[in-house]
Each structure stands twice: as C-alpha cells, then as structure tokens.
Ligand binder design. Structure first.
Ligand SMILES: NC(=O)c1ccc[n+]([C@@H]2O[C@H](COP(=O)([O-])OP(=O)(O)OC[C@H]3O[C@@H](n4cnc5c(N)ncnc54)[C@H](OP(=O)(O)O)[C@@H]3O)[C@@H](O)[C@H]2O)c1
Length: 341
C-alpha cells in the first residue's frame, strides 16, 4: 500500500490537549507525516515554548523546543505561531493547511465552527463533542465508526475522552448480552476550567467555581448524550454523572448495566480481554493487576479494563470499571483519526 500523502495541520488552542497532540505526533514518529505548520494560541511565544518543553504530567518534551522569531522550533522544524482569539484574525490560507485541529474548546455550535471554514480552513476536527449532533458533520470515535466517513465531512468531532473510553465496552456488552439500561459514573481528573482555590469562573455549573484541589466535585456531563450519538441503539437507556477528583490526570468510568441475558464476572472479563486483542486492539486494554490511577499516566489506550473490579449483582446486573488517560489516550485517538482521513 502506498503511504498516505503528507498532511499539513494547524492547532487552535495550545493548552493541555493541543500540546499533548503535538507531543504525541513526535513520540509516535508521525510528526513528518502529519506536519504541524501553525499553532494559534493567545499566550505569548516564550510561555508556549516553556509549557511545551516542561510538562508536570507527562514530563519533558522528547527533543528540543525553543521559541524563535515568528514561531516555535520543535525538533529542528519551525512551526508558525499566531496569537488570535477569533478565527477571522488568522490568515489560514497562507499556511496551506489540510486540517485544523481545534483544541481551544471554545467552538461548539455550527455557526461558530463555520467561522473557521469561512476564514480559510478547509476542514477541522474538534477535540470535544459539539453541542448538538447536527452542529458537526460527523462525531467519530476512532475504531468504532471512523470507517463510515465518506471523505466529504468538513467538520468532525472526536467526541469526548470519556465517550472514547466507554463506548467500546458498552458496544461489546450490548452485542454479547443486550444492555437494557446503563448508569455511568465518571471520576474525572481536574481540568483547566476549574480554579485552584474557590474563584469566580464564568461557568454555567456553580460547583466549577470551587477549588479543584480540595473536593470531589460533581459536575454536569453530556456523556449520556454523547454515548447515544455513537450507539443510537442505546438512546434513552443510558444515564451518566461525573465527579471531578483532585488528581492531575487519569480518569475512570464506573459502569453499571442491566443485561438482557445472564452473565458472570468471569465471562464479561473474558469478553473484554479478548476484545483488547481482537476487536479493539490499541484502543482497549485489559489488566488484572491491582492498580491505582497513576499507573495509567501516558497510557495511549482509550480505556483499560480493570478486571479486578468487575462485579455481578445477581445474574444480570453488571459492574465494570475502566481507566483512561484522559489526555494521552484521547490525543492518540485524534491522531489515529487524522491519519485515517
Ligand atoms: N483535558 C482533557 O483531559 C481533555 C480531554 C478530551 C477533550 N478535552 C477537550 O479539549 C478542549 C481543550 O481542553 P484543554 O484541557 O486542553 O483546555 P486548556 O488547557 O484550557 O487549553 C485551551 C487553550 O486554548 C486557548 N484558547 C482560549 N480561547 C481561544 C481561542 N479563541 N482561540 C485559540 N485558543 C484559545 C486557551 O487560552 P486561555 O487559557 O488564555 O483561555 C488555552 O491555552 C476542551 O473542549 C476539552 O473539553 C479535554
């Protein structure tokens, strides 16, 4: 098979996800094939170079990063930098990009997203779910539905990190046993939309104004909606809640599902273990070791099933737990998706 042509990419918003995306391209040896030529981030160049070099979660950048005139030099290659806060303020055409990877999280409605297209971006991929399914041309979980893309979609979303983590497991359980109803509880690491100490954040969820370091904080979540977008057969049968926990990275989903057919914990573990090498290799992993969340920092899988935590209450109420590096697993799926386009 002939190699895919080189792609020219831009990143909008160089925060946790934007920086991890660039770094994962370098760590996976794909930075030549998927070449980032422009980063648009409001922060100034020295700060951008600094946070790209030193990362409290993932460690030092593997290679060299320095701020140079007009840009950022990463492993010897120059990436242009702009510092705009609006799509219209960047001359995207000038950089001849094939795809914009939108990682600011600020654009969730079609009318807002289309401003990038009008400003000269040929195509874009959001690092989050859009507000409504029709606000994008496709919501994609790599490994589940990326092969259904037609190539004509211009606005793509790679769903949420939690959706990427739980959808393969739900799909497997549903296909094998029939999921009648499911409840999902996400324990999510803190994020930059929370303050270190209590503070006035312009947020619709009041609890997001509380100190991220001090509490377990229940927050609103669109996960049930996100799952139904990917697995429409489960529409109306999934509910979800989320709790932010004071760790800097790695999250978990605790899944409770009532099954149409009886199962044992061993059978469910066998199903998920086999899928980790069969149906969802590279996406799903399985472990029987006694883990704590920190074990999964920098793990590239979408989800790691914790076999020790699988439980049954009776023959039809199943409880499964998965871990996921909400940053590193997610950007690796974004890269898989970009590579497949
Ligand atoms: N972190 C995760 O684990 C994770 C996982 C999957 C998906 N996501 C999603 O990815 C998105 C980004 O999350 P994140 O954790 O990377 O957030 P983040 O660390 O806050 O990064 C966002 C960056 O975008 C910048 N920005 C703000 N407005 C901008 C604009 N108009 N144009 C360009 N850049 C702009 C921000 O600058 P300022 O700080 O100055 O505003 C910040 O540097 C969110 O939608 C999030 O839900 C996050």
């Amino acid at each position: 098979m002939s190699p895919k042509p080189q792609r020219r990419l831009a990143i909008n918003g160089f925060g946790r996800i934007g920086r991890c995306f660039l770094r994962a391209l370098h760590e996976t040896g794909k930075a030549d094939q998927l070449q980032v030529v422009l980063i648009n981030e409001p922060a100034e160049a020295e700060s951008i170079a600094y946070l790209a070099r030193f990362d409290s979660t993932h460690g030092r950048f593997p290679g060299t990063v320095r701020s140079v005139s007009g840009g950022l030099e990463v492993n010897g290659r120059c990436i242009a930098l702009t510092h705009a806060k609006a799509p219209e303020e960047v001359d995207w055409r000038h950089y001849d990009i094939d795809l914009l990877v939108e990682c600011s999280g600020r654009y969730t409605r079609r009318a807002q997203i289309e401003r990038f297209l009008a400003a000269g971006c040929p195509r874009l991929l959001l690092s989050q779910p859009a507000q409504g399914a029709s606000d994008v041309d496709a919501t994609v979980v790599f490994g589940l539905n990326h092969d259904q893309l037609t190539g004509r979609e211009r606005i793509l979303s790679s769903a949420s990190c939690t959706t990427n983590a739980i959808v393969p497991v739900l799909k497997l359980l549903h296909d094998a046993y029939g999921v009648e109803h499911a409840l999902l509880t996400t324990l999510h690491s803190l994020m930059n939309d929370q303050p270190v100490l209590d503070g006035y954040h312009h947020h619709t969820d009041l609890r997001c104004m509380r100190s991220a370091m001090q509490s377990l904080i229940p927050v609103s979540t669109g996960l049930a909606r996100g799952v139904a977008r990917l697995l429409p057969e489960l529409t109306g049968r999934v509910e979800a809640k989320a709790i932010r926990v004071p760790v800097i990275n790695v999250s978990a989903v605790d899944l409770v599902a009532s099954l149409a057919k009886p199962a044992t914990a061993e059978e469910i573990n066998t199903l998920l273990k086999e899928a980790a090498i069969g149906r969802f290799p590279g996406l799903l992993a399985y472990s029987d070791d006694p883990h704590a969340s920190v074990d999964f920092i920098h793990n590239p899988h979408s989800a790691i099933v914790d076999g020790c935590q699988t439980r049954m209450s009776g023959a039809r109420l199943a409880n499964v737990m998965v871990w996921f590096d909400n940053e590193w697993g997610y950007v690796n799926r974004m890269i898989d998706l970009v590579e497949s386009l």
